[in-house]
Ligand binder design. Sequence first.
Ligand code: 5GP
Length: 219
Amino acid sequence: MATVGKGVLFIVASPSGGGKTTLIRETMRRLAEHGRPAHFSISHTTRSPRSKETDGVHYHFVDRDRFEAMVNRGDFLEWAEYAGNLYGTSRAEVENRLDAGEDVFLDIEVQGASQVKTKIPEVVKIFVYPPSYEVLKNRLTERRQDSAEAIRRRLRWAVREFGMGGEFDYAIINDRLDEAVGALFGICVAEHHRTHRLNTSLDAIREAFRSALERDITQ
Ligand code: 5GP
């Protein structure tokens, strides 16, 4: 896959605990193996870091004042409140990477996904479904990072998020990781083969073809 023009922006949304972070990272590893390194956008959040999270790696952890100042400056491509905390995507980070021809992955919830679609209509939106209520509840409980009340809030919110899943371009059921990675990788490859994204390369091929034909038949 050659890098021509702007990169493609992918939003991967799912209820918290849906396993999308692992899914995105595994897919990015495969894309890199196929010559298409992509960038995983690091969000800002007012949520406190969990025990295994590092500032600047998993999130930029900021307080509410700093977050609100960034909102007022227009620093965010999108932002939303989720389960009592604020989350936002840096506009500059995303735009710079896309302009450099890199694909960018956003791991964001559904309200933010709608805002991005309004600003960047060519975004590709993928919704990741957990295979069942029990699986999502187990994943949230097993990571031992949220209180029982926080888990209940996230499960209730999941139902609202499913209601917006129909607005997405693609759906992936995250039951077996290898199959889900195969699906997301396939979507990324297919999106690069959309005719409008290949037009620059196709124009060059068409033009070279026409010239070669003319040379050939006038000999
Ligand atoms: P968590 O607190 O579990 O890391 O994330 C909670 C939810 O916030 C997840 O659904 C995650 O995708 C979403 N999220 C993370 N970063 C952003 C962001 O920058 N913007 C929006 N709108 N949602 C985000």
